[in-house]
Design a protein around this ligand. Structure first.
Ligand SMILES: [Ca+2]
Ligand SMILES: [Ca+2]
Ligand SMILES: [Ca+2]
Ligand SMILES: [Ca+2]
Ligand SMILES: [Zn+2]
Length: 628
């Protein structure tokens, strides 16, 4: 590869000037491959601020610019349009020189299926930027982009995503796709939506003075707090609700806001009418995604970015029915054994994770893999906690149960950061939360209550709540840290996609002019070459091994049965490979032995094994044979 392709002479010159100003001595040019953690890694080849959220127009422009600058590694396409006609743009990232995107195992990444969860857009976009800018500078990324494809859809629910970023909203809205829905059954659709009543750019709460009210102002007058003792004198308030007007004059405020079904209940697996209505994949936003995924069987694993709560949710196989004859006692014993096993693991790895779930034997592999992966994830993400995901019509179970792809749902960030829990009772109360805002954000992020004259309600108060980017989406200063840690986890998973190799090959004399050629096939990664679920779905493509030889060497046709490779150890066996390619399955971090029986006809020659695996790649290894 050439390495000067992406370097920007202007930026390099600017950096050099800066360095000259502060450092006496030689100034070094950029190095194509990083030599140490202090090296340049391409960050300024495509400068971008990760300290703010981007609107639809902005983030899609970033995607287009990335694709243009790194055209050898990225394609951009629209997978379809949203209800309001916005394109759902997807980046496909891989080194095209080493094969097409569709020919490589792929990681699917999407963000913000829930419109308000826009830190998922940042995290997805960050992965794209990280891969592309580091390709020439970071051997780890270089290798990943050569071997793997990343399908990245930063914003899934584009209409609601754009609104959330650009307009005053609470942290919780808008969340759903814009299917018109008559929430109050008056025959009108979305006729009374929330509004920023006082025009301060935030959606807060409305309160009204009422001598019979249950609330009062806190001593610092920043919050409305419940009245403890009704005999206590002072001003009283009643809570009205979120900011808005009575747009249709029915006496109620905000009773028919925008938004239809929960898009993450609209996927086909485990779908239910009440939250996923009116039918599976009814929303163009979800349908476009699932149709793309169905058409791309190279998708090996999937990440879905949500907020909030710092969780690594993973799709585990379903629990098996309890074994025959299970008693309270045997259940108790199993629980104790589980706790013991986990305690044992945690002696050497404090991040070790085990799910207390019995699964059918044919799914044990998938469960083991997921536990292995999320153990690494909780180390990379630190204060994130692994937990199995739900099933009800969500994107992650559809990816696993219907496509056979390992899937993860990350609940980013959290409104209650651990350090805010000052008294350590495991929860962050309002007072602690406000203290956290004061100390960590220097007070930025709180809406102090103030009087306002409402056109329908008269004199009211508005305020006493956190601003938009506090609870569910991180304030600007934390965005990049979150995105970096999560990118690391996604890339770790991609680095654990299977990789087949012929790790050893050797000759073992048989009898006369017959020789055994033994080969060991290995996959040293955390994922097997396909999931247990892919097997059950019939979507698995078996791994194959074949043997070829030079003209003077004949590979003998033997039945495909195990043969003992060590006469002193009858359990040491290998599977015979003969004229026909042999199918097999290579597990996670495992090896498999094969043997071919060959006859040499005098002259020197060679024997070669070739392994092909849909996700694990192709490997060949040849051994030269010398005539005796
Ligand atoms: Ca209505
Ligand atoms: Ca509505
Ligand atoms: Ca407001
Ligand atoms: Ca109304
Ligand atoms: Zn969500």
């Amino acid at each position: 590869m050439t390495h000067s392709r992406h370097s920007s002479p202007v930026i390099a010159a600017a950096l050099a000037l800066l360095m000259c100003a502060f450092v006496a001595g030689p100034v070094f040019a950029q190095r194509p491959t990083a030599k140490n953690p202090g090296s340049y890694h391409g960050e300024q080849d495509f400068p971008i601020s990760w300290k703010r959220y981007y609107s639809y127009a902005e983030w899609t422009a970033i995607m287009a610019d990335l694709q243009k600058k790194y055209a050898a590694f990225a394609d951009i396409r629209s997978i379809g349009k949203s209800r309001m006609g916005r394109d759902q743009y997807l980046l496909a990232i891989t080194n095209k020189a080493t094969g097409t995107a569709e020919s490589k195992p792929a990681m699917w990444i999407d963000g913000a299926i829930h419109g308000n969860e826009v830190n998922g857009i940042t995290c997805s976009l960050y992965v794209a930027w990280y891969l592309l800018t580091r390709y020439d500078y970071d051997p780890f990324v270089h290798d990943l982009v050569d071997r793997t494809t990343f399908y990245i859809l930063p914003g899934l629910n584009v209409d609601a995503n754009d609104s959330y970023v650009r307009f005053p909203n609470t942290e919780n809205n808008p969340r759903e796709p814009y299917r018109p829905t008559d929430d109050d059954g008056d025959g009108l659709y979305d006729e009374d939506q929330t509004e920023d009543t006082d025009g301060d750019g935030e959606l807060s709460m409305m309160w009204i003075e009422d001598p019979a009210g249950d609330f009062k102002l806190s001593p610092d007058r920043r919050r409305f707090v419940p009245v403890g003792d009704p005999r206590e004198p002072g001003q009283r308030f009643r809570r009205i609700g979120g900011e808005g007007f009575d747009n249709d004059g029915d006496g109620r405020i905000n009773e028919d806001d925008i938004g239809g079904p929960d898009p993450n209940r609209n996927f086909p697996f485990g779908w239910a009418l009440d939250s996923g209505y009116p039918y599976p994949l009814s929303e163009s936003e979800t349908r476009n995604v699932f149709e793309f995924q169905l058409a791309h069987p190279n998708i090996f694993a999937a990440f879905h970015f949500h907020n909030t709560g710092r969780l690594i949710m993973f799709q585990a196989p379903l629990a098996a029915p309890p074994p025959q004859g299970e008693t309270d006692e045997s259940r108790q014993r199993a629980a104790e054994q589980f706790a013991q096993r986990l305690a044992e693991l945690r002696k050497t790895n404090k991040y070790a994770y085990l799910l207390d779930r019995r699964v059918a034997p044919e799914y044990q592999g998938d469960l083991d893999v997921q536990q292995d992966i999320v153990t690494a994830g909780s180390r990379i993400l630190k204060d994130y906690r692994p937990t199995p995901s739900g099933l009800a019509g969500q994107a992650a179970p559809a990816a696993y149960f219907m496509l056979g792809a390992y899937s993860y749902l990350i609940e980013l960030w959290g409104s209650q950061p651990g350090e805010a829990d000052v008294d350590g009772d495991g929860r962050v109360d309002d007072e602690e939360f406000l203290k956290w805002i004061d100390l960590e954000l220097m007070g930025e992020g709180w809406i102090t209550p103030r009087p306002f004259t409402h056109p329908d309600l008269g004199p009211i108060w508005i305020g006493g709540s956190a601003k938009k980017h506090i609870g569910r989406t991180p304030p600007a200063r934390y965005i990049e840290t979150e995105a970096l840690r999560n990118a690391n986890f996604v890339l770790y998973c991609a680095s654990q996609f299977p990789r087949v190799e012929v790790s050893s090959i050797r000759v073992r004399p048989a009898t006369g002019d017959l020789l055994w050629i033994d080969a060991v096939v290995a996959n040293d990664r955390a994922y097997p070459t396909f999931s247990d679920r892919a097997v059950a779905l019939g979507r698995a493509v078996m791994d194959r091994i074949s043997v070829t030889a030079s003209d003077n060497i004949a590979v003998l046709d033997l039945p495909q049965a195990p043969v003992v490779t060590d006469p002193l150890n009858p359990s040491a066996t290998a599977d015979v490979v003969a004229g026909e390619p042999r199918e097999f399955r290579l597990g996670a971090r495992s090896t498999k032995r094969f043997a071919a029986l060959v006859r040499m006809k005098g002259a020197d020659g060679w024997v070669e094994f070739t392994v092909t695996s849909k996700a694990g790649g192709t490997a060949t290894r040849r051994i030269a044979l010398t005539a005796r």
